[in-house]
Design a protein around this ligand. Structure first.
Ligand SMILES: O=C(O)CCC(=O)C(=O)O
Ligand SMILES: [Fe+2]
Length: 394
């Protein structure tokens, strides 16, 4: 923390105990330490939020172009639903397969898997349920390990210097920073040659590699559809990401919290990314999104991906698409896990509203920003409970 005058003191940041350890040491009914108190119980009249009617977008239908099957018409309808989702919630869901009936096909499981997989190539996210389950299971396995094991992947270099990658807490920049009731493992997954495999837990290596490949495929299918909605060239967003686009995986672990009325799993924020793909625990809710001053619960469904736009997309679309403010609330009884893939533009690039969206009636609403600086600004602002996107607004 920066201090003024003679009393300037240099002190080392004290590594914080993982929240998981705090939670395990506390008996039911206990309080949370003061540093985790993000709100007063009566601050939030919307504690029991309504479910957000976040639309489920049918990717198969959206990407269909053949007139023969009436495809163009239904694709146009789906595109309109997607546009409305991106302009309002900044969020939407994508199911694994086209229809639930595929699960019910009376076939022995091997044949069913093959058929479902073949269909999943053309419909919806198409990531195998077994792969998604394996990622969740491996994440659970990682956080269940003893602390000494997890600390082998620590985000503190030499026990004190914070780096983004690894296992631990957020960077603690000041003593009055409000902390989140959450431990995380954060790993760079793309560009592939920049992976720091020494930080990758063995239980997660193969599944994370596969899961990243699959999510990247989904992202590459979605971006041209989003560009079309703005009448930009199909490859506009893909090109903006650049060859050195930067992707991180974040595994969030939220232990049960004795005071959900006081502590957040994650404080309100918007993602500084371009686009984020989330796999959230379908058995425990907690993710909420802010719209018009009201917090809504984001529904979680088994094997469904939640697609969340980030600030970089809001900037490039000149505010037409929204990067939603969201937060995670804690649960008194249950632990919760989420796995997020954060897709971000090459950090060395600059971004700004797409030229085609700007004219005399539509002036740019955001400044040109260097991605590396913008993303670094997120952490600084997040720790102070502020929104970095405000710094980019004209
Ligand atoms: O855990 C969740 O549901 C959301 C996580 C999230 O918003 C994030 O990691 O940025
Ligand atoms: Fe987020």
């Amino acid at each position: 923390m920066e201090r003024t005058g003679e009393e300037k003191v240099h002190h080392r940041p004290v590594p914080l105990p993982p929240v998981q350890e705090l939670a395990a040491a506390k008996g039911a009914g206990d309080d949370v330490p003061a540093r985790y108190v993000a709100r007063r119980a009566h601050d939030d009249p919307d504690a029991t939020a309504a479910a957000a009617p976040v639309p489920v977008i049918d990717l198969g239908c959206l990407c269909q172009t053949t007139a023969a099957s009436g495809g163009e018409e239904s694709a146009a309808g789906e595109a309109a639903r997607l546009r409305s989702a991106l302009q309002s919630w900044g969020l939407f869901l994508v199911r694994a397969y086209a229809h639930r009936q595929h699960y019910r096909t009376p076939l022995y499981s091997g044949a069913r898997r093959q058929i479902t997989h073949a269909m999943s190539q053309v419909t919806n996210h198409g990531i195998e349920a077994s792969l998604m389950d394996a990622v969740m299971e491996a994440s659970r396995e990682f956080f269940r390990q003893p602390l000494e094991e997890k600390r082998k992947h620590t985000n503190l270099v030499d026990g004190e210097h914070f780096q983004l990658e690894g296992y631990g807490n957020d960077r603690v920049a000041s003593e009055d920073q409000v902390l989140d009731w959450c431990d995380r493992l954060y790993l760079k997954v793309e560009p592939q040659e920049e992976r720091n495999l020494a930080l990758w837990p063995t239980c997660l290596r193969d599944v994370l590699h596969e899961f990243t490949k699959e999510c990247t495929r989904v992202k590459d299918r979605l971006l041209p559809e989003m560009a079309k909605l703005l009448e930009l060239d199909d490859d506009y967003f893909v090109n903006q990401l650049g060859d050195k686009a930067d992707t991180h995986a974040r595994f969030n672990y939220y232990p049960p919290c004795p005071r959900p009325d006081l502590a957040f799993g994650l404080k309100p924020h918007s993602d500084a990314t371009f686009i984020s793909l989330l796999m959230v625990d379908n058995s425990v809710g907690g993710l909420q999104v802010l719209r018009d001053g009201v917090w809504y619960d984001v529904p979680a469904r088994l094997h469904t991906l939640l697609i969340n736009l980030g600030d970089q997309m809001e900037i490039m679309s000149n505010g037409i698409f929204k990067s939603p403010v969201h937060r995670v609330v804690t649960n008194a009884e249950k632990e919760r896990l989420s796995v997020v893939l954060f897709y971000s533009v090459d950090p060395e690039r600059e971004i700004q509203p797409a030229g085609k969206l700007i004219d005399e009636n539509h002036p740019p609403l955001y400044k040109k920003v260097k991605v590396k600086e913008y993303v670094a600004g997120l952490y600084e602002h997040f720790s102070q409970g502020k929104m970095v996107i405000e710094t980019a607004k004209i």
